[in-house]
Design a protein around this ligand. Structure first.
Ligand SMILES: [Zn+2]
Length: 85
């Protein structure tokens, strides 16, 4: 994992767990409690490449119905409205 933030150069990265949102051909998978390092300054998050590969493989398995996700959530979707009012 990164030891320095590649966005802002800050060297204080704190280990955390977060929700990772994986996108694959328009399909979304939320993965909860994914370990990461978060930049204390700008909030950029860094993930282990092995973890991301596992998430990708899990997502493929779910899309191909070889695996069931823990649960489903409903997500509201809206087009961005430009401020013309
Ligand atoms: Zn940063």
């Amino acid at each position: 994992m990164a030891e320095q933030c590649s966005f802002c150069g800050n060297t204080h990265l704190t280990p955390k767990t977060t929700r990772y949102i994986h996108q694959q051909n328009g399909d979304l998978l939320f993965v909860e409690q994914v370990p990461c390092l978060e930049c204390d300054y700008c909030g950029e998050q860094y993930f282990e490449i092995d973890g991301l590969k596992r998430i990708e493989a899990d997502h493929r398995a779910i899309v191909e119905h070889r695996k069931s996700p823990s649960r489903f959530v409903q997500v509201a979707v809206q087009e961005f409205e430009t401020a013309t009012r």
